[in-house]
Design a protein around this ligand. Sequence first.
Ligand code: GDP
Length: 286
Amino acid sequence: MAAPGLRRGIQRLLGGSPSRARLSRPYSSGPTLAEVLQLPKKQMTKLLYPLQELEQHLVPDTRLNLHLKLFDPSPENIERAEGIFAATARNRIEYLSSAVRLDHAPTLAQPEVCFIGRSNVGKSSLIKALFSLAPDVEVRVSKKPGHTKKMNFFKVGKHFTLVDMPGYGYRAPEDFVDMVETYLKERRNLKRTFLLVDSAVGITKTDHIAIEMCEEFALPYVMVLTKIDKSSKGHLLKQVLEIQKFVNTQTQGCFPQLFPVSVVTYSGIHLLKCFIVNITKPVTTM
Ligand code: GDP
């Protein structure tokens, strides 16, 4: 059983106590998986499988549309993936380098995943949360207008590289669009693109441009819905269903299952880590 103090702490994160005001500040390190696994089932599901937690509020037909069970790893699988995201002397997780052009990017043989999204969608917060077990990793944020926007490469042991792409917005300079386009089109070891959409806002015009880019280059990509703690359950459900409908009917390359996350409650973060580990692991030949 979790210590009472710890449990109270986690319950606060889950919104179970009156001190909700504290939740406006994203939780930087998050509860460990061991802590999550000791929670009552309902709370554990909410943290590990947020989409499934929403399931009970849906009519059965809608549940089918949500592709809830496409990626449904066991807690044991999630735990294995957690190990890969934990920095140790033998599993070094580190910032490698930054690049403004693809030909300045490090040449790496290992599989790569990249994170894209409009500015303020919660991308740096999410990457920080993914690296919470590698406290030495510094996720650089350059938000000031006029600052050079760079692609930042992080090495996760011998397993894969994670690339933090610059956030896009309405006034993305042309060279920035070129950089992102060239990277997405030509990066050979790119296994999956994670496209972040703010769950409280839904798919914006700029998100549509990124989606069109992924579709045009026939990239396999995944939609991650950020900041799910911000909306009421009703609003979140409405958004999730609308986005899911869009994915089902308007996209070819998007993985059909959505990944809702929050860095405040830490919902969906462990699942996302497990998904990344799964899609980057070497294919074993018999
Ligand atoms: P980026 O520009 O995409 O890197 O966005 P940031 O990670 O800097 O986040 C933008 C704002 O959203 C910041 O004020 C964050 O504190 C906030 N934020 C990020 N993730 C979450 C989340 O899961 N929940 C809530 N409530 N706020 C978040």
